[in-house]
Write a protein that binds this ligand. Structure first.
Ligand SMILES: NC(=O)C1=CN([C@@H]2O[C@H](COP(=O)(O)OP(=O)(O)OC[C@H]3O[C@@H](n4cnc5c(N)ncnc54)[C@H](O)[C@@H]3O)[C@@H](O)[C@H]2O)C=CC1
Ligand SMILES: O=C([O-])CC(=O)C(=O)O
Length: 329
């Protein structure tokens, strides 16, 4: 190991996504097979013992790229020197909780974490928020970190992106690797819009290959948008390994770039593109290069797509207004 290790902070390290994520980070899948990492695990006091158990297992793997593991229950220490931060730990919705209660509870997590990132993270910090509601949690953290460039705060819609590719491959019989340029727009919620109008299957327009508007509207979109609930129903617990995989994909693509001729989907602060109000953290088609992302510009948005993008963005605006009223941003 000649390179300086990259500090990767993971919150919610003792949770189910954490358990699926940490071993892949330590084995080089997050940043690259030649990049040593130091893990900084952040948990709440009740999660510390389980996080220590996971750290013992990480030790037992003897990963050549793992240069150290530290565990904290103080965000100010957890984010110290962090180059990459994966904000996974969040307050899940429990029976009787309204959306506003959930936003308030998560504000209590993401505001102090944003402040700690502002004060203690490395200058090149890149943040991915996984914990739900991911887009608005990312907005809270970003608003609490005024000294960090806003574009470093992103929310995960890569799981939706991967789900959509898989559904499209199953419908058309194409290989997953033949599907390019798919887009998730909007919120990581049931209002998200998986868009295949610009997608390609082995170089042909995906909407034309499918040629079935009813399937698109009545099967594909709801299947992708409600897949999280379907997994909970089937597994009795929310997606974990697939969410961890998507977090790995998101950061790997951000750092190492998109393939020529392809793009990915990321929840990012809007610059006003495609009529999405500036500042909202909304999912867009993006290309990545040299550790930076850019929104793909100039796509024609048809009426069908426009209505669905607008509905999801409207939900994001309402979530932003709710956290503003709570004084979280
Ligand atoms: N954006 C996406 O596509 C997806 C997001 N999710 C979300 O990811 C989050 C985590 O999911 P799981 O790992 O299954 O949950 P989990 O409940 O198994 O684990 C969450 C962990 O976070 C910890 N935690 C809570 N507050 C914390 C804080 N302030 N600081 C540090 N750690 C804290 C808990 O102690 C727990 O160990 C949930 O909000 C879930 O809804 C899940 C799947 C996909
Ligand atoms: O739906 C959930 O609670 C978990 C989630 O975000 C997903 O699987 O997309």
């Amino acid at each position: 190991m000649t390179r300086t290790p990259v500090n990767v902070t993971v919150t919610g390290a003792a949770g189910q996504i954490g358990y699926a994520l940490l071993f892949r980070i330590a084995s080089g899948h997050l940043l690259g097979a030649d990049v040593p990492v130091k893990l900084r695990l952040l948990e709440i006091p009740q999660g510390m013992k389980a996080a220590e158990g996971t750290a013992m297992e990480l030790d037992d793997c003897a990963f050549p790229l793992l240069a150290g593991i530290d565990i904290f229950d103080d965000p100010n220490k957890g984010f110290e020197g962090a180059n990459v931060a994966l904000l996974v730990g969040a307050r899940p919705r429990t029976a009787g909780m309204e959306r506003g209660d959930l936003l308030a509870a998560n504000g209590g997590i993401f505001k102090p974490q944003g402040q700690a990132i502002n004060a203690h993270a490395a200058d090149d910090i890149k943040v991915l928020v996984v914990g739900n509601p991911a887009n608005t949690n990312a907005l809270i953290a970003q608003a609490s970190a005024p000294d960090v460039p806003a574009e470093r705060f992103t929310a995960m819609t890569r799981l939706d992106h991967n789900r959509a590719i898989s559904q499209l491959a199953a419908k058309t019989g194409a290989a997953v690797s033949d599907i390019k340029r798919l887009t998730i727009w909007g919120n990581h919620s049931a209002t998200q819009y998986p868009d295949i109008f610009h997608a390609e299957i082995a170089g042909k327009n995906a909407a034309e290959v499918v040629g079935d508007q009813a399937w698109l509207a009545d099967t594909f979109i709801p299947t992708v948008a409600k897949r999280g609930a379907a997994i909970i129903d089937a597994r009795g617990a929310s997606s974990a390994a697939s969410a961890a995989n998507a977090a790995i994909d998101h950061v790997h693509t951000w750092v190492n770039g998109t393939a020529e001729g392809d793009w990915t989907s990321m929840g990012i602060p809007s610059d006003g593109s495609y009529g999405v109000p500036a500042g909202l953290i909304s999912s867009f088609p993006v290309t990545c290069k040299d550790g930076k992302y850019e929104i793909v510009q100039g796509l024609d948005v048809n009426e069908f797509s426009r209505a669905r993008i607008d509905a999801s963005v409207q939900e994001l605006s309402e979530e932003r207004d709710a956290v503003r009223e709570l004084g979280l941003i």
